[in-house]
Design a protein around this ligand. Sequence first.
Ligand code: GLY
Ligand code: MN
Ligand code: MN
Length: 470
Amino acid sequence: MAKRRKNGLYRGISAELSTLMRTGWADTERRDLVLGEQAPYAARRRAELSARFPGERLVIPSGNLKVRSNDDSYPFRPYSGYVHMTGDQARDGALVLEPRADGGHDAFCFQLPRDSRDNDEFWTGPTAELWMGRRRSLAEAERVLGLPCRDVRTATDDLAAGSGAPTRIVRGHDAALEAVLVTDAERDAELEEALSELRLVKDAWELAEMRKAVDSTVRGFTDVVGELSRAVASSERWIEGTFFRRARLEGNAVGYGTICAAGEHATIMHWTDNDGPVRPGDLLLLDAGVETHTLYTADVTRTLPISGTFTPLQRQIYDAVYEAQEAGMAAVKPGAAYRDFHEASQRSLAGRLVEWGFIDGPADRAYELGLQRRFTMAGTGHMLGLDVHDCAQARNGEYVDGVLEPGMLLTVEPGLYFQPDDLTVPEDWRGIGVRIEDDLVVTEDGHENLSAGLPRSADEVEAWMAEFAG
Ligand code: GLY
Ligand code: MN
Ligand code: MN
């Protein structure tokens, strides 16, 4: 927020003030910094990217601040492809892979360096450190990232002068860099696609981060159960705030907008207003994930009876979703088609919906026609990692039409949603929504449910809530 206000109080800077500001500062260069623990992993990821684009120059920006209003900005979140390839989170940076004659690449990073104290920029400039906080020096960044670093303020000139190699840039993150490069939109999209695909299988470092994200999320859900009575006296916002406190204390933030959906709000897939009442007798659908300091996010849902016990109808619907999740999770193993777990869950739910008379059977026909989707709405899961919907730019053949491999990490999240105005179901079913969502990593011989620390069956959920009652 260093951009100066048009109506700032002080319009001029006296020579005396300028001199005063430039003098008397300690040398704060961090000479103790060492290579970051993610650096060797990022180097391996860059080697894989390099192998896909021999002879081409690749530019992967971290992104810039986005204006919220006037001189105020949204919190910065770097482009996930940049984070994955560098382990870095600096804004206004860019990774460049410069092709070598042998087909490989030399990597370097553009970074916004520290401000000099020999001019007024450090306290009056658009990215003034005195206002925005100390940055890393280029030398510090080099030590932490294990990459040569250059001043980003010369990036447009450097890139425009160019090496003559055909160039690709990931678009949509840095307009200034895009403006000086002559690239092709389709070829640029292929770079983004490759960066997405290289995240399909997580390395050991990423899996450890994902465990932290999920463990922290489990604690956040436990916080919420402990505060349910206060939410009843307040609103869904109390739940959102309770989970957010855990996310900010233990991680960077939440990895996506928390869905705190009580009562009929649970039937709205993307309910994030979170301003409704929390009433005993209703269900609470909480879909939330802590994002680690390294920007990996969990994505977990539990549907809880606010009173502590399910009504018979709520339990009937919950059990159907639970069975569908069990069927889906059983299909998560190496060599299985990615579609298998989705199909297993959806077939299970289609069977229940036919049995209840809400869609025409037989169940196989209903599934083939997709009739269950009126009530299941979404797919049964997605890849998870740096983005909640990770790897979203990957080609179909690598993702939704692909095969599961050890190290892939995905959600299994079937649900049933009976809209409040759905005249095809009995009145007491209307306004009920149930989803159960867990985060699974594919192992050598099956899967591990990283979020198994949270109760999942109806009985387990009730027993868990009873611990906090009274
Ligand atoms: N919370 C977003 C999702 O479950 O996909
Ligand atoms: Mn979710
Ligand atoms: Mn999800």
